[in-house]
Design a protein around this ligand. Structure first.
Ligand code: WT7
Length: 659
C-alpha cells in the first residue's frame, strides 16, 4: 500500500434522495425482495440467473472455491457464448429484430437484425477457422466502433478463441506489448478511422507495431475509410487480408460448439501499479451469467421494447460487458455510435437519442461534465422523452453532475444508476436497482443481490457506518477475473495478498459508508490514475517520460480535474545537457508520452523541476506532489530527505513553468 488518498478524509454532506416513481417500481425487472432471495441461498440464486442462458450441458456444481483465488462457476456446464448472444434469439422468432442500430461518424448508418448478425458472426467464424484459428488461440483486435468489431469478438467466442481487444487510441508500442504478451496469432484492424470528421490511419500504426512480431500470422483489415484516407493502405503480401475478401464469401452456416463454462473467453489489458499492463482473463459461463443478469436488473432492460445505448468503446471492459455480451445475451436493440460526441456538433448524442428513441443511456461522468460545460440549451433542443433509465460508470460521479444528468437529460424523473465495477470484476457489482433504491446522488450505494462488498480498515475489519477505508469483495462472484495472463504471482499479489487472512479481494479503491450503510466510492488508493474513466498507471507515464533523451527523472500524479476526474500532472528533472524547460520542450514531452502510450495518457501539465521530493529511502512522495498539482497547502514534509526541496518546487512553479 502506498500513501492514503486524501479523498478518504472527505466528509460527504449530500443528503438528497430520489426514490423511483410507483409506476417505475411497479414494472421493474428487479423488486426489493431480490436481495433477500439472493441472501437466502446465494448459489441457488446464481443458478437461477445462469438458467436465463441456454446451456448445452448443465453444470453439476454452481461454485468451486476450493482452489481460491481461482474460482470455477457452473462446474461441468457447457455452452457457446455466441450462440447465447445471437442464434437463440433467431431460433425464438426474433430474427427480424434489430440488434444494432449502427451510426457512423460521417452520418452513414446500418441496421443489423439478429438474423443478419447470425450470418455475419458465422461467416467471420468460418473465416477465422479457414486461417487455422482454433479454440485457445488468441486474436488481437484493434478496431474503432464498427460492426465488424462486434462480429469479430463474437466469432472468436463462437470458435473458442480468445480475443484481446486493444483500444484504437493505443500507440503501436502499446499494441505490440499486448500482442507479444498474449502471443496473438491474428490481428484484426481497419485501414483507417474517422475521428472528428477526418480520416486517420490505423493500419499504418498496426504495421509499425507488428514489425518483427513473430507470433502474428495474419492481419485482417476492415475497409472503413477507403479513399478518404490519404495514400495507399500499407500492405504485406502473404500476411494481410481484406476483411471483405476473406469473410464475405464464407458460408453463413456455422455449427457452434459448446465449450466448458470455464473456457477462456477473452483477455483485456488494464493498467496496474507497474509499467506493464496486466492481461485480465475472463471465462465463459459465469461471465455471461453476471453480465446478462446485471444488464437486466440494473438497466431494467425489456427485450424488444427498449432501445439501449452504452457510449463506451469496445476497447474497454464496459464495451465488452455492456455492448457485446450482457446486452446481446438479453436480446437488446442497441445503438452503436462510431464517433466523438461533438462531431459534427455538440448535440450529436441527443440527436441520436431522438432519432432512435433511446430509452436506456449509459455513459461516463467525464462526458456528463463535458455536456454540462457545453450548456443545457443543447440537449434542450431535442426530444429526449424516450429516456427512462440513465447510467453512469468509470469514476465517482459528483452530485452536481448526477443532478444535472437527471434534470437536464432525464426530465427530472428517470432513475440514475451509478454503477461501480472494474475490468477485473467483469460486471457491475455495486449499484442502485432503479425500481427499488432511493438513489443518492454520488453514491453507488449497495452491492447488487448476489454480490457482497465491504468497507474495511487496514486490518481487514469492517468499519462502522460513517467510517472510511478500503473497498473489498468478500465473496466470489460469477464474472470475477480468473487470473492475470501468464502471471499467477501478480494475480495473487495485486488482488489477494492485501487481505489474505480474510481471503478478501482488494479492489484498490477507497470507500466509505454513510450513516445508512450506503457505499460512497472515493477513488483509487494506489498509484493508478483515473482519467476520463480510463485507468492509467503513474509508473507507465513515468517510464514513457524517462524514455525521452532529455529526461533524467520523472514523477507523475493524478490531480483533480473538473472535467476528466483526474488529470495527469508530471514533474520532470531534465538531463544536464538538455537545453531548458521551455514551452517547446514541454510540448515535445507531452507528445512523446502520447506516442509511447496513446493520446489518453498525454499529461495535462508538465512541470520542470530541479529536484523531486524523496524520503530517506529514496521513495518519491507523491502526496506532496499532489498537493502542488492541486494548488493545496503542502502537507507534512518531515520525512523528506531534504525538506527544502518542496520550497524549490513551489517557487519554481510560481514563476510559471506550467502550460
Ligand atoms: C476503476 C475501474 C468499470 C468500467 C469502467 C472502468 C473506478 C469505476 C466507478 C463508479 C466510482 C468507479 C474505480 C475502479 N470506477 N466505476 N461508479 N464510482 N469509481 O473500468 O478501467 O477497470 O477501472 O474505475 O476506481 O477501481 P476500469
Amino acid at each position: 500500500m502506498t500513501e492514503q488518498s486524501p479523498a478518504l478524509d472527505n466528509l460527504l454532506t449530500e443528503s438528497r434522495t430520489f426514490p423511483p416513481s410507483d409506476e417505475f417500481a411497479g414494472q421493474a425487472n428487479a423488486k426489493a425482495d431480490l436481495y433477500a432471495t439472493a441472501d437466502a441461498d446465494r448459489e441457488q440464486f446464481w443458478a437461477g440467473q445462469a438458467e436465463r442462458l441456454s446451456w448445452d450441458t448443465k453444470w453439476s456444481q454452481v461454485l468451486d472455491w476450493t482452489n481460491a483465488p481461482f474460482a470455477k462457476w457452473f462446474v461441468g456446464g457447457k455452452l457457446n457464448v455466441a450462440y447465447n448472444c445471437v442464434d437463440r434469439h433467431v431460433e425464438s422468432g426474433h430474427g427480424d429484430q434489430v440488434a444494432i442500430h449502427w451510426v457512423g461518424e460521417p452520418g452513414d448508418t446500418r441496421d443489423i437484425t439478429y438474423a443478419q448478425l447470425k450470418d455475419e458472426v458465422s461467416k467471420a467464424a468460418n473465416a477465422l477457422s479457414s486461417l487455422g484459428v482454433v479454440a485457445g488461440d488468441v486474436v488481437a483486435i484493434q478496431l474503432q466502433m464498427v460492426p465488424e468489431a462486434i462480429f469479430a469478438m463474437l466469432a472468436c467466442a463462437r470458435i473458442g478463441a480468445l480475443h484481446s481487444v486493444v483500444f484504437g487510441g493505443f500507440s503501436p508500442t502499446a499494441l505490440r506489448a499486448r500482442v507479444d504478451d498474449a502471443a496473438a496469432k491474428i490481428v484484426i484492424t481497419s485501414d483507417g478511422q474517422y475521428r472528428r470528421g477526418k480520416a486517420a490511419p490505423m493500419k499504418a500504426n498496426v504495421d509499425e507495431a507488428l514489425q518483427g512480431a513473430e507470433t502474428v500470422q495474419k492481419v485482417i483489415v476492415v475497409k472503413r475509410t477507403g479513399s478518404d484516407l490519404e495514400g495507399e493502405t500499407p500492405w504485406t503480401d502473404g500476411r494481410d487480408l481484406w476483411w471483405h475478401e476473406l469473410v464475405d464469401g464464407q458460408s453463413p452456416e456455422h455449427q457452434p460448439e459448446a465449450f466448458d463454462s470455464e473456457h477462456p473467453l477473452f483477455i483485456l489489458y488494464t493498467s496496474g501499479t507497474t509499467g506493464k499492463p496486466k492481461g485480465i482473463l475472463h471465462t465463459s459461463g459465469g461471465y455471461l451469467t453476471q453480465t446478462a443478469y446485471t444488464h437486466n436488473v440494473v438497466f431494467d432492460h425489456k427485450p424488444g421494447e427498449d432501445v439501449y445505448w452504452c457510449t463506451a468503446d469496445i476497447g474497454w471492459i464496459t464495451g465488452h460487458s455492456y455492448i457485446v455480451y450482457g446486452p446481446l445475451a438479453n436480446r437488446v436493440t442497441q445503438v452503436v455510435y462510431e464517433g466523438t460526441p461533438n462531431t459534427p456538433h455538440e448535440g450529436r448524442h441527443w440527436e441520436i437519442i431522438q432519432k432512435y428513441k433511446v430509452s436506456i443511456y449509459y455513459t461516463a461522468p467525464t462526458l456528463i461534465r463535458t455536456f454540462m460545460k457545453w450548456g443545457e440549451d443543447i440537449p434542450a433542443k431535442y426530444d429526449l422523452s424516450s429516456l427512462r433509465v440513465l447510467g453512469s460508470v468509470g469514476e465517482p460521479i459528483n452530485p452536481e453532475a448526477w443532478i444535472w444528468y437527471r434534470e437536464k437529460i432525464g426530465a427530472n424523473k428517470t432513475p440514475v444508476v451509478d454503477t461501480w465495477w472494474q475490468t477485473e470484476t467483469g460486471a457491475i457489482m455495486i449499484s442502485p436497482l432503479p425500481g427499488v433504491t432511493a438513489a443518492k446522488p454520488g453514491s453507488a450505494q449497495r452491492a447488487l443481490p448476489g454480490i457482497s462488498a465491504k468497507v474495511v480498515d487496514d486490518t481487514g475489519a469492517e468499519v462502522p457506518h460513517g467510517g472510511g477505508g478500503y473497498l473489498v469483495l468478500d465473496k466470489p462472484w460469477p464474472s470475477m477475473l480468473r487470473g492475470v495472463w501468464g502471471d499467477e504471482e501478480r494475480f495473487r499479489d495485486t488482488y489477494w495478498s492485501r487481505f489474505s487472512d480474510q481471503g478478501y479481494y482488494f479492489a484498490g479503491d477507497g470507500a466509505k459508508y454513510d450513516g445508512d450503510g450506503d457505499i460512497w466510492l472515493l477513488g483509487r488508493v494506489d498509484d493508478v490514475m483515473n482519467v476520463s474513466g480510463h485507468r492509467i498507471s503513474t509508473t507507465e507515464v513515468e517510464s514513457a517520460l524517462v524514455s525521452h533523451p532529455t529526461v533524467a527523472e520523472a514523477a507523475v500524479v493524478g490531480a483533480t480535474d473538473p472535467t476528466t476526474g483526474q488529470g495527469i500532472v508530471a514533474f520532470v528533472i531534465l538531463r544536464g545537457n538538455a537545453v531548458d524547460g521551455g514551452d517547446d520542450a514541454v510540448q515535445e514531452l507531452r507528445n512523446h508520452v502520447a506516442k509511447e502510450i496513446g493520446p489518453i495518457a498525454k499529461p495535462r501539465q508538465i512541470m520542470v523541476v530541479a529536484e523531486l521530493p524523496k524520503t530517506r529511502s529514496g521513495k518519491i512522495m507523491r502526496r506532496l506532489l499532489r498537493d502542488v498539482a492541486e494548488n493545496r497547502q503542502i502537507g507534512d514534509v518531515t520525512t523528506l530527505a531534504d525538506s527544502s526541496v518542496m520550497d524549490l518546487i513551489s517557487s519554481g512553479l510560481n514563476s510559471g513553468k506550467e502550460e
